[in-house]
Ligand binder design. Structure first.
Ligand code: C2G
Length: 725
């Protein structure tokens, strides 16, 4: 006898479905069936089915055309044999033993509805399991209010708007559904909402299990793989009005339930809908939606509206758009003032937007920024120096530099990032030359021009190509695309990068495939300069130099943007074996927050993490050791030996990022996994270099062929041509 029928509609997102099914294998529940409804899926997932058919009691029903989630779930109910049905989404998954707990509670209580707890996450299954252990949830098992209230809270989240109502992660007694309860097939969106109100109205007994955890995935890719509610956001107001009206018809006399539903609509109107007047005042669609919301709002229960919301909701109820706009303006101003008082940096932003950005823009003013103002380096430096050396009188140059003691040729105006003068110059400069994505709070003006230099030939997957965004926000893919859409020019070092950058950022603007300005210096190969750099760093002139420049790791961080550095190369061993002949420069990535202490390796190992320009370090190095950093694409211009210390290759390539090239076959040097191997390869560096000669040449011809020392010139002549006379 089947006790639980798990119903999963599947439309798209194969990689998510796999994790969903995998999480079911991690339950020990008995007497269950898994009903998979193919809702017009066009991905081939036979391989997944083959795997899970042997592990799970799968029942599959296929619909060639998309039938919608409501119908798919109803079809699941129809063919289910369980005493209870349970809805799981194919992009979500369950924590260990969650279903076991719900089923046990169902058996013990025989309740009509048994609910658990949903946690929003953008982690994948593996990371979720890694992050949480059962103990994290166990002591939260107590339901302090009644089971009914807890269940209702789990189905109708107490905060947020109406979209926060869900049929997921509840065992529902099937005899109860026979009462003519089903998902409304006329609704493409939010059909959970009226369904859940029917379930609540018809259920007599409830049970809630707080430590039965359901992971509700916030999709990390709303562009390529949108979820249903990310699909048609423009028309959400109409969908909400429709499900609201339908839900009302199921709430008989339960005043409390009605207040809850109305509260969600009030919240939706105030927080999501009305701010649109502000953003887009003349939009006809918004005006029509306002009318529709006005119609239903007369029905709102007075207790669903807080006293301070009353005037604003009243103008909605009177269908008075102008009044509603006035109240909105007032509310937003109060909010802004509160924010300004709480966070003084907001004052600068307000001044930037409301004052600076309205001043006249300066035609010949260029603002340069490299790695968030921490370095005078990278392509912005070389573009600047080209313009300064050749056309200094034609421009006003601004550098974003956090340490104003830095020496920059030509003494340009220096501004600290995020200071008031930073915003002033951001607003007034016609050109921004930047090597990372610009800050999201900046309001680029129509006439302003962004020259994005980017900061490396991509090895690690980027932007939309990343499968799992390990440590960034779920919205990041959207941000990549919208940030890049504001660029006017994007520099690419080679044809390979052009293809990737276009796709990974969905970038449609102009690409300057002219080589990397930052590599110009590598073609001047000036002995005097090398000696000067070495002297500056205090490095003995008679020793050979190894540069160790690894990248950062998505999963090793203190907080977002603050990454840890784990020095895995055993410098003491290297010093012992090679200290007579070599010194080693250790250069951490600009994301690394740790301060490296190499003082015990006096005169052998040097921390060059704060040295501005890594290109100058390439110039004085005889060997580069790196891992997955794009530095080797640049260093290869020097045609000197490169070793790859890839001690965590497996994890980095599969779990964290994935690569664009076959690192085991295509890189111009050996992959090494221990310090001993590194030492051995350095001892035999001539032989190793010779062994890799052919690969090196192929690599050079594919990635370095455009660099010749004149990239900055080509780019400046293109972008700033009107000023070069
Ligand atoms: N870099 C550095 N020192 C390091 C590592 C990197 O100075 N130890 C600089 C180099 O100029 C390098 C750039 O930062 O080319 C980018 O670093 P990556 O390690 O490649 O990593 P990431 O910042 O993730 O950029 O398309 C490029 C990718 O976006 C990679």
């Amino acid at each position: 006898m089947v006790f639980t029928s798990i119903i999963i509609p599947f439309n798209k997102g194969k990689k998510y479905l796999k994790e969903c099914l995998e999480s079911l294998c991690n339950q020990e529940i008995e007497n269950y069936e898994v009903i998979l409804i193919f809702n017009g899926a066009d991905e081939n997932i036979e391989d997944i089915i083959t795997i899970y058919q042997t592990k799970l009691p799968l029942k599959i029903k296929r619909f060639e055309e998309e039938i919608g989630v409501s119908k798919a779930r109803n079809e699941g109910i129809k063919i289910s044999n369980g005493e209870y049905v349970y809805f799981l989404d194919s992009d979500d998954y369950l924590f260990l033993h969650s279903l076991d707990k719900l089923a046990a509670a169902a058996k013990n209580s025989n309740a009509d509805v048994i609910s658990g707890r949903k946690i929003d996450t953008f982690y994948n299954l593996e990371r979720f399991y890694e992050t949480y252990s059962q103990n994290d949830f166990d002591n939260e098992n107590e339901c302090k209010i009644s089971d009914r209230d807890c269940s209702i809270n789990s189905m109708i989240h107490p905060s947020g708007d109406i979209s926060n109502i869900s049929a997921l992660h509840v065992l529902i007694k099937k005899t109860m559904l026979k009462n003519n309860i089903f998902f409304d097939e006329g609704l493409r969106y939010f059909s959970d909402i009226p369904f859940i109100f029917q379930v609540i109205e018809n259920s007599k007994t409830f049970k809630h299990v707080e430590n039965a955890i359901y992971a509700k995935r916030e999709r990390d890719d709303p562009i390529q793989l949108p979820s249903l509610d990310q699909e048609d956001p423009e028309n959400n107001p109409l969908h909400y009005v429709e499900v609201y009206t339908k839900s009302l018809s199921f709430i008989d006399s339960d005043e409390k339930l009605k207040i809850r539903l109305d509260r969600k609509m009030v919240y939706y109107y105030l927080e999501d809908f009305s701010p649109k007047f502000h953003r887009d005042p003349e939009n006809q669609l918004i005006k029509e939606h306002f009318k529709k919301l006005a119609e239903i709002s007369t029905n709102f229960h007075p207790k669903s509206i807080k006293w301070y919301q009353k005037p604003e909701i009243r103008s909605l109820q009177k269908d008075d758009l102008n009044g509603a706009k006035k109240y909105l303006k007032l509310r937003l101003s109060v909010r802004k003032i509160k924010l300004l008082i709480k966070s003084p940096s907001q004052v600068d932003i307000a001044i930037y937007i409301n004052i600076f950005n309205k001043l006249k823009m300066k035609e010949n003013m260029i603002l340069f920024e490299s790695f968030r103002g921490d370095y005078y380096s990278d392509s912005p430096k070389y573009l600047y120096e080209y313009l300064y050396n050749n056309y200094k009188d034609n421009f006003r140059f601004i550098w974003v530099i956090n340490d104003k003691n830095k020496k920059i040729p030509g003494s340009p105006k220096m501004v600290k990032r995020l200071s008031l003068s930073y915003y002033y110059y951001i607003a007034r400069s016609k050109y921004w030359v930047i090597n990372l994505r610009q800050l999201r709070r900046l309001r680029k003006r129509k006439e302003q021009v962004i020259l994005s230099t980017w900061h490396g030939t991509p090895l690690k997957k980027l932007g939309l190509d990343i499968d799992e965004i390990y440590s960034a926000t779920p919205q990041i893919k959207k941000h990549y695309v919208s940030d890049a859409s504001k660029w006017d020019y994007l520099i690419s070092a080679n044809e390979y990068s052009t293809k990737i950058l276009r796709r990974a950022f969905k970038y449609t603007g102009e690409i300057l495939e002219y080589g990397y300005p930052r590599n110009d210096i590598l073609y001047t190969k000036n002995k005097e300069l090398s000696i000067k750099i070495k002297k500056n760093l205090g490095i003995p002139l008679n020793k050979k130099v190894i540069l160790y420049a690894p990248t950062w790791r998505d999963d090793e961080y203190y907080e977002q943007g603050q990454y840890k550095f784990n020095l895995k190369l055993e410098l003491d061993k290297i010093q012992k074996e090679l200290g007579e002949e070599y010194v080693i420069l250790v250069r951490t990535h600009y994301f690394i927050a740790d301060n490296l202490d190499l003082s015990k390796f006096n005169k052998f190992a040097y921390n060059v993490s704060y040295y501005d320009d890594i290109a100058e370090l390439y110039l004085i190095s005889d060997i580069l050791i790196t891992d997955y950093s794009s530095v080797f694409f640049d260093f290869a211009n020097l045609k000197l030996p490169i070793l790859f210390y890839t001690y965590d290759l497996k994890k980095y390539s599969s779990v964290l990022r994935g690569f664009y090239i076959d690192i085991e076959k295509e890189v111009p040097g050996p992959l090494l996994f221990t310090t001993e191997e590194v030492i051995d390869n350095i001892k035999n560096i001539d032989r190793v270099f010779e062994e890799y000669k052919e690969k090196y040449d192929t690599f050079y011809n594919r990635f370095c062929y455009l660099d010749d020392g004149y990239s900055s010139k080509r780019i400046c002549e293109k972008v700033f041509k009107d000023y070069l006379n």
